[in-house]
Design a protein around this ligand. Structure first.
Ligand code: 2HA
Ligand code: ZN
Length: 288
């Protein structure tokens, strides 16, 4: 019955310990550890959302409206009746690595798409809410659904090398930053042929940054947030991490060359074209 704490406890248990979600939780822990080890998740930095609606049937989802609900600052009509596994507000990736279930919550978006129910592992305890970047996560998740994209995961991290790059004026544009990142390593172009989006500094946690980021994701799988970090999408949290890792590698090569006093040459346009000959239209669109 709605509101009965025993029922809520049983329901939480069913959700959090669903057999099919075990590998998802295992991968969250693994990636959280990588983020911490790389220094991309200081304090409570970084967050993620995973659309897990497909793991549950309608009857199971219906029961989730028994949980307390909270209004959203915007309406997400396409997310109505969807379930997301999201990092908890204020949680540490280093703790996530040790125990993911205690550092996440599920949020179930109600019928109207304008409110969400929070499902925590222990409904009798503290009600830990979702990440402060929820507006951006939900906006991107809705865009992925609208585009019928296969990606289900959105990951945010404070990737030191990429943040450093956005501190350099010459690279604070989409064209310039992509040209640099592609030039540092052939696989950057191979795996991210659409490059990255670039969002000038905007206050985190707001609808404003969500809207700006959404524009970036129209064409890209990763969007840089100037002087803050990046957002990436992937079919799994591991793939979202890979998309970030590839870019960080390129940025690292750039800074390594600079640190010994040389300006890296970068792959030439001819070399880039040879790598990317299979994707017509790309070269004219992006090269400067
Ligand atoms: O999760 O990284 O941008 C904390 C943040 C906010
Ligand atoms: Zn952040």
């Amino acid at each position: 019955m709605i509101g009965n704490i025993d029922n809520l406890l049983n329901l939480s248990n069913d959700i959090f310990h669903k057999k099919e979600l075990k590998p998802v939780f295992a991968q969250i822990s693994c990636i959280a550890q990588y983020l911490w080890d790389r220094g991309w998740a200081e304090r409570n930095a970084g967050n993620f959302s995973i659309n897990v609606t497909g793991y549950f049937n309608d009857k199971e989802l219906d029961r989730l409206s028994a949980y307390p609900f909270f209004p959203l600052s915007r309406t997400y009509p396409d997310l109505a009746n969807s379930l997301f596994l999201v990092s908890g507000t204020g949680t540490r990736m280093r703790e996530m690595a040790k125990n993911a279930t205690e550092n996440v919550c599920f949020i179930y978006i109600g019928d109207s798409g304008s409110a969400y129910h929070i499902i925590v592992e222990n409904p009798a305890g503290e009600l830990a809410g979702p990440t402060s970047e929820l507006p951006t996560h939900l906006s991107i998740q809705q865009q992925l659904l609208q585009k019928k994209a296969s990606e289900k995961v959105v990951l945010h991290a404070h990737v030191t090398e990429l943040i450093a790059l956005t501190q350099l004026m010459p690279y604070t544009s989409e064209v310039a930053v992509n040209s640099l990142l592609w030039g540092m390593h052939p696989e950057t172009l191979l795996f991210l042929p659409d490059g990255v989006g670039f969002i000038p500094f905007t206050l985190p946690g707001t609808d404003h940054i969500a809207m700006a980021t959404l524009k970036g994701f129209e064409r890209h799988k990763v969007v840089l947030w100037e002087k803050h970090g990046c957002m990436a999408v992937g079919n799994s949290i591991s793939e979202a991490f890979d998309n970030i890792d590839i870019l960080a590698k390129s940025a690292k090569i750039y800074f390594l060359c600079k640190s010994i006093g040389i300006e890296p040459e970068g792959l030439s346009n001819v070399q880039l074209k040879a790598i990317h000959d299979t994707l017509p239209g790309w070269f004219d669109k992006f090269m400067i």
